[in-house]
Design a protein around this ligand. Structure first.
Ligand code: FE2
Ligand code: FE2
Length: 492
């Protein structure tokens, strides 16, 4: 760098970006060589000395990664900066790990280029006009050395890359909120953070997730503003907190409030850029989650409606599925099995006979006994039901419970002849609930059994057919507990 001017080679296949980069670098008084493809860039590198190589990552033919690879073999320590057209984080991380000096994300501004030029000048130990001290201070904009900047950037990229993955995999709103806050705090090293969601009336902010407040403010509390939050937390006045808005479908739903009480002033520009990206990813995840919840409830409702329609086809079974769901939930509550199992049997119960959809009405509504062939046909319904539900990722466990609701403890049931606990617990619960409802409901050929007589019958088959523990729990429920709300006329 004899003239004190950086000699920069730029490789970029988009002519407009190439020209723009050339102009920006010339404003920064660099000597610029422009190449519109990777192959000619490699040729120029072998012919002339450069202080900095700027290359697009994805170009037809020779890519930016190849230039990085080959130029580091040909030149010694010339910084290579890769340009990425999008937040392609895997590539960016790969590039940093393989020795790229930095990654520039499009669109870039003059400030990005100026910052880069200063850092490279600092790296070469030379500064324009001999103002070494000034340049050293400007390196990185925050007084950080290039290695520190790289480490910070790499950490930020890792946080961003990880947050995209974590957010995408989280289907629980509470967990998602916690993950968003944790990622944002980790990314900028914040000690205190809260995720605030606007209340329905929009005049208050509910604390959806919070960290580092030592109980001065808790999750679920409401505050009038982010300032009130910091007042309650006793944040020293010299610390400037940040609030990053969170939006869903273009509507601001709240924000993330972050502070670091041990560092005076505010977060850096780079921190804010990273937080913006985390907030964007969080917004997408929140949007997807609401979409997912909508799809999920639409499918649930559709399936329930289908099952109810099926029940309604036969006046003797009207309301059967919902009653089975209700009894199954009562068993869960009695045994304190927890919300998860309870929800599972509620949905699986409502859909347990959905496979009967494929059975002809003549068999389904037959008033006399079924012939052996008809009975075999009837026995297909758990598998047909499983086939209907299994394609939905969020109905996997329901599908399995539906498949096995006619298994027997002694292996004599169908469709798979599973023994004992080989049939999952929700299926065993449905089996007891199903039998109870069948027996207490009137049939064309018999009167409904009483509650007591039915319990006696369940006890008789506890062991070979039903799980005895579940029958015990069921038997301890009073007929009043078992009065299912509004499920049809035939319940006794
Ligand atoms: Fe069934
Ligand atoms: Fe049933």
């Amino acid at each position: 760098m004899t003239t004190g001017r950086l000699r920069v080679l730029v490789a970029e296949d988009n002519p407009e970006i190439l020209t723009l980069l050339g102009e920006l670098l010339e404003i920064e008084r660099c000597e610029v060589a422009l190449c519109s493809d990777g192959a000619s860039a490699l040729t120029r590198i072998t012919q002339e000395p450069f202080d900095l190589i700027l290359s697009d990552i994805s170009m037809p033919g020779v890519s930016g990664l190849e230039i990085l690879d080959r130029s580091s073999a040909m030149t010694s320590g010339i910084p290579v900066v890769l340009i990425s057209g999008q937040v392609d984080l895997d590539t960016a991380l790969f590039a940093l790990r393989h020795g790229a000096f930095d990654c520039l994300l499009k669109p870039f501004r003059l400030d990005d280029i100026r910052d880069l030029v200063r850092r490279v000048q600092g790296l070469h130990g030379l500064a324009e006009n001999g103002a070494g001290e000034r340049v050293a201070k400007q390196v990185g904009g925050n007084g950080h050395r290039p290695q520190e900047i790289l480490i910070r950037k790499s950490r930020a990229l890792q946080v961003i890359a990880r947050s995209g993955k974590v957010f995408g995999e989280t289907h629980d709103l509470g967990l998602l909120m916690g993950a968003i806050l944790e990622m944002a705090m980790r990314g900028v090293g914040a000690e205190q953070g809260a995720l605030l969601i606007a209340s329905e009336t929009k005049d208050r902010l509910r604390v959806a997730s919070i960290r580092g407040f030592h109980d001065t403010v808790r999750s679920g509390d409401e505050v009038g503003s982010a300032n009130e939050l910091w007042r309650l937390a006793g944040l020293p006045s010299e610390v400037t907190p940040s609030v990053i808005p969170l939006t869903v479908k273009g509507r601001q739903i709240g924000g993330m409030a972050l502070a670091n009480r041990h560092s005076e002033g505010s977060f850096s520009m780079a921190d804010h850029e990273m937080l913006d990206i985390v907030a964007q990813q969080a917004s997408i995840a929140l949007e997807n989650l609401s979409l997912y919840a909508t799809v999920e409830s639409t499918v649930f409702e559709g399936m329930r409606a289908l099952a109810a329609m099926l029940d309604a086809k036969d006046p003797y079974t009207e309301g059967h599925s919902l009653r089975v769901a209700w009894f199954a939930v009562q068993i869960c509550q009695k045994m304190e099995l927890g919300n998860e199992v309870e929800d599972l049997v509620r949905y699986a119960g409502a859909m347990h006979d959905i496979g009967k959809i494929g059975i002809p009405d003549a068999i389904l509504r037959k008033e006399g006994r079924l012939t052996p062939e008809e009975y075999e046909r009837m026995k297909e319904h758990p598998v047909v039901g499983w086939k209907i539900l299994a394609p939905f990722s969020f109905l996997q466990e329901e599908a399995i419970a539906v498949r096995h609701h006619h298994e027997w403890m002694n292996g004599g049931g169908y469709p798979d002849g599973l023994k004992g606990e080989e049939a999952p617990l929700p299926a065993r619960i449905l089996s007891v609930a199903d039998a109870y409802d069948a027996m207490t409901t009137a049939r064309p050929y018999r009167m409904p059994r009483s509650h007591e007589a039915t319990i006696e019958e369940l006890r008789r088959y506890a062991g070979p057919q039903f799980d005895p523990e579940l029958v015990d729990a069921f038997a301890s429920l009073s007929p009043r507990d078992l009065r299912a709300p509004d499920t049809g006329p035939n319940h006794t």
